[in-house]
Write a protein that binds this ligand. Structure first.
Ligand code: A2P
Length: 279
């Protein structure tokens, strides 16, 4: 598998294995092991997914060297702020049984609807991530679910710019403004729920296009994201699907089909939105 290169020079495998909604315990352990056997070398988790321990166990038991696997986790909302973020990072490391992470993200921005001092809260969390980065405890740092306004605010006090913004992105939900901002600022866009948490799979237009390439709608969505220069994070707990979602390198979507997918009507996201959310 190829890598993207982050704005600090770190390589990141171009497809990651998503683990949101993957139940902790045997299911997560088996899913991650299957993914590693299938060839994934990039696993995306978060403290709030409550499966970090299983992810860590699966990685250790896979027999693949830690240095050959790219591992991401995320700072949960309850731990925003400087000291709390540092503590939360330690907990994630301990859960995963690791002594460093490849990427650590602020999971959701503190937003203006929730907090008057949302800018300061995000700035403090970011300062903690910068410290972890400077100490070498994490190879890259970034954010998740940040809209342009959150990124612009963060940049006012940041000494290091985010390397990644992980957002919901799939056909029918392209977050054009945020993506354009990230592209212009050299921030890699990672796509969570690349299949729209499964809801894109029955889309008739996608089915028709996928059929013409003899691939599944899931493969079409993943390939479309790669051709747009973003990093898809498909989730599955089903061995055949886990494997299938990596088999996206033996076809290329023609420009006319890319356009048709780009122009699908707005379908909307999962309902989780940075300025609505109040966990
Ligand atoms: P499961 O985990 O039961 O295999 P997303 O990555 O957009 O969040 O989508 C995840 C959902 O899509 C899950 O319900 C997952 O089911 C399903 N899924 C993942 N890959 C495929 C695939 N190749 N074909 C059909 N469904 C898939």
């Amino acid at each position: 598998m190829n890598n993207y290169i982050l704005n600090n020079g770190v390589l990141i495998p171009e497809i990651g294995f998503g683990t949101w909604q993957t139940p902790d315990g045997d299911t997560a352990i088996e899913a991650v092991k299957t993914a590693l056997q299938a060839g994934y070398r990039h696993i995306d988790t978060a403290l709030i997914y409550r499966n970090e321990q299983s992810v860590g166990k699966a990685i250790r038991e896979s027999g693949i060297a830690r240095k050959d696997i790219f591992v991401t986790s995320k700072l949960w909302n309850k731990a925003r702020g400087y000291d709390t973020a540092l503590k939360a990072f330690e907990i994630s490391l301990k859960n995963l049984g690791m002594d460093y992470l490849d990427l650590y993200l602020i999971h959701w921005p503190a937003n203006a609807k929730q907090f008057d001092d949302w800018e300061k809260i995000n700035a403090n969390s970011w300062k903690a991530l910068e410290k972890l980065y400077a100490e070498g405890l994490v190879k890259a740092i970034g954010v998740s679910n940040f809209l342009t306004e959150h990124l612009k605010a963060l940049e006012k006090t940041a000494t290091i710019l985010p390397m990644v913004n992980q957002i919901e992105f799939h056909p029918g939900y392209m977050q054009t403004e945020t993506v354009a901002y990230c592209k212009n600022n050299n921030i890699l866009v990672e796509a969570w729920s690349p299949l729209g948490t499964g809801k894109m799979l029955e889309n008739e237009t996608l089915k028709k296009i996928a059929g013409s390439y003899k691939v599944s709608v899931a493969q079409l969505c993943i390939r479309w994201i790669l051709q747009k220069g973003h990093l898809p994070l498909p989730k599955s707990v089903t061995p055949e699907r886990i494997k299938q979602n990596l088999e996206v390198f033996n076809f290329t979507i023609l420009e006319k089909d890319i356009k048709t997918i780009d122009n699908l009507p707005y379908i909307g996201g999962s309902g989780l939105h940075p300025n609505e959310i109040d966990f």
